[in-house]
Design a binder for this molecule. Structure first.
Ligand code: PRP
Ligand code: URA
Length: 205
């Protein structure tokens, strides 16, 4: 299921990210801020345990997060979303999946996987700014499911209908969050209008 986030602050920051004159420094800072704003929305259905605590004046029935959160950035560009979210969720664990698209086939190739234990008891958020063909995100979700993950949210910044359809078809249980739904892919598999190569813009390569 696609959840398209439309907050004006998100749109404003996404405009900054898209501009070709945005520097590496500004791209990095803005992606971080966008991830934080998205996290606020992505976490709005997290389950709570109801607990009783003491305030300085009285007892109080209140809530605390019931489940562990695991963030899984897809390398490289997903790394640019981690800090923005851990500012809100400082106890989140972070796994990593290294993947790049073969330039001719656009198929994702996995070169690294390191995940925390107990994925089955956690809410797992896959982080990748770009959902193009959906190959990379779909493959990352499969790795997580193979490692026991049951509740997965895919948090991307920009996507296209083709990539959304692929995830919805292959992983109908996964909620997909986007801040922008663009038109289409070009002949090289880049999102139009998009923002270019997210990893290159984030790391200045
Ligand atoms: C980019 C992006 C996604 C992927 C999206 O990574 O960060 O992971 O492409 O495309 P897809 O939906 O068609 O799979 P890239 O392969 O450029 O690797 P990099 O981040 O290491 O540069
Ligand atoms: N990966 C990117 O970094 N950008 C795109 O537009 C598509 C895939």
């Amino acid at each position: 299921m696609l959840i398209l986030l439309k907050h004006p602050l998100l749109t404003h920051k996404l405009t900054q990210l898209r501009r070709k004159e945005t520097s590496t420094k500004d791209f990095r800072e803005t992606l971080d801020e966008i991830a934080g704003l998205m996290a606020y929305e992505v976490t709005n259905d997290l389950p709570l345990n109801i607990i009783t605590i003491n305030t300085p004046l009285s007892i109080c029935q209140t809530g605390e997060l019931a489940m562990d959160i695991v963030l899984v950035p897809v390398l490289r560009a997903g790394l640019g979303m981690v800090d923005g979210i851990t500012k809100l969720l400082p106890s989140a664990k972070v796994g990593h999946i290294g993947m790049y698209r073969d330039h001719t086939t656009l198929e994702p190739l996995t070169y690294y996987t390191k995940l925390p234990d107990n994925l089955q008891d956690a809410i797992v958020m896959v982080l990748d700014p770009m959902l193009a063909t959906g190959g990379s995100s779909g493959a990352a979700i499969k790795v997580l499911k193979d490692n026991g993950a049951k509740t997965i949210k895919l948090v991307c910044v920009i996507g296209v209908p083709e990539g959304v359809r692929k995830i919805e078809h292959d992983h109908p249980d996964v909620q997909i969050y986007l801040a922008g739904l663009d038109e289409r892919l070009n002949e090289k598999g880049y999102i139009l209008p998009g923002l270019g190569d997210a990893g290159d813009r984030l790391f200045g390569t």
